[in-house]
Design a protein around this ligand. Sequence first.
Ligand code: C2O
Ligand code: CU
Ligand code: CU
Length: 500
Amino acid sequence: MKFNRRSFLAGAGVIGAGAFTSYYADWTAADAAAERQPLRMPPLIDARKEGNAVALRVQAGTTEFFPGRASASLGYSGSYLGPSIRVYQGDDVEIAVTNTLNEDTTVHWHGLLIPAELDGGPHRIITAGNVWRPVLPIRQPAATLFYHSHVHGRTGVQVYSGLAGLLLVTDEAERALALPSEYGVDDLPVVIQDRQFEDGLMVVPQGMMTMMQGRRGNTILSNGTPNATARVPNRLVRLRLVNGSNARIYDLSFSDNRTFHWIASEGGLLDRPISVSSLTLAPGERAEVLVDFSNGQAVSLKTAPDTNMPMMMGPLAKARNFAKEILGGQGETVLQFDPVGGHGAPSKIPERVVERPRADPSKANTRRRFVLNMGMGGMGMGGMMGGGTDSGGGMVINGRPFDMNRIDEKVRLGDTEIWEVSGEMMFHPFHIHGVQFEVLSRNGGKPILRDAGTRDTVVIREPVELLVHFNQPAEIAPFMYHCHILEHEDNGMMGQFRTI
Ligand code: C2O
Ligand code: CU
Ligand code: CU
């Protein structure tokens, strides 16, 4: 089959030429502006060097994502994103957060296993001009975690504008492995985000369709850099890939299809490295990988087209992706790598990473079921368009929109439970605060590759069974569970539980 642009556009008329051409224009605009920029590196704060007392300022400012074009943005102690904070297992770290915005915010430590009153969820508001000083007990294995705004109803906007940063937990077991660990040199954080740019300026998309599918964008940023290039040594390099997007799922692979080695999921190091040639990462998910650059060749990290749309928008997404493929792209470039120093010595991948105790499914004493609904069930378009429930667009869990004053579940502290979670209409990244879990099954069968390791976020649509161990108290404040498509969360696809 052969297509040319005209016959393709004629076909696109069927699904609405207006919407299609604007997608098309977005894509070509972003592509044409492809002037390479060096990958920005968030500053590193080593908590121990600061006596385990770190300060963050939540601030508004401007960022030149494209040279000479200053976009309004938000950041932590900077204009966009925040510093990477390295913390050590066993330490107690004070992080003093000063809110200099003129609106409320919160800072949630995503993936940190701490009591709920320290967790920074929607209940722990820092009002304008105020300071919050939690002392965080670091009692978990090495892992790549992140912190971000979680103020209810505004999480999507605040994160999209820049309120996210990384928390890197390290421990002795990890250091003993001698993995690449020189921050910014052979140990690179890569926060992947799609953002909408118009005329070189970042805009925050609005509107009901945007709320349904979650805020996306025409430009992929790595650490806030469009068209980013990283100079890397010609050896084994660790990438800490973090999906900091509001809604987009990435399917990542290298332009030469090289194999790379997945060594850590959200909960930390895997038992052993898993060799892969592609990896999916949904909002909230993190993965550490080792990539061998010893052949000295430039290569880029790419993503397959974005296809996770609610059912009714599926045709539009397909048309757009189809257009990209025909008109020259095979997915989009996330980040280019330029190895320095030519051909180097091939590197060795460790065979084992760590030994971790496994939760025992026979210990599970309770089973709970959660369905992430999009308000279309039985109601058709009318239900969605008219806001079939009292939440925006009918984003609910088990039929109920989030209510700050309602505790949805009560769990006994120390218990292990099975949570069975499924979702409607599209893929949803399901996240639980204050726990790590393992995936026991997917769609009635074995878990798939992407489910590996201990996690705090997992992609669902078909039912998954999660084995969850609850060892953090939530008496004073509750913990959240929610869809990590931030617009779904803001519009009600969230619940809360106590552990007592
Ligand atoms: Cu990363 Cu409740 O969120
Ligand atoms: Cu979280
Ligand atoms: Cu969702």
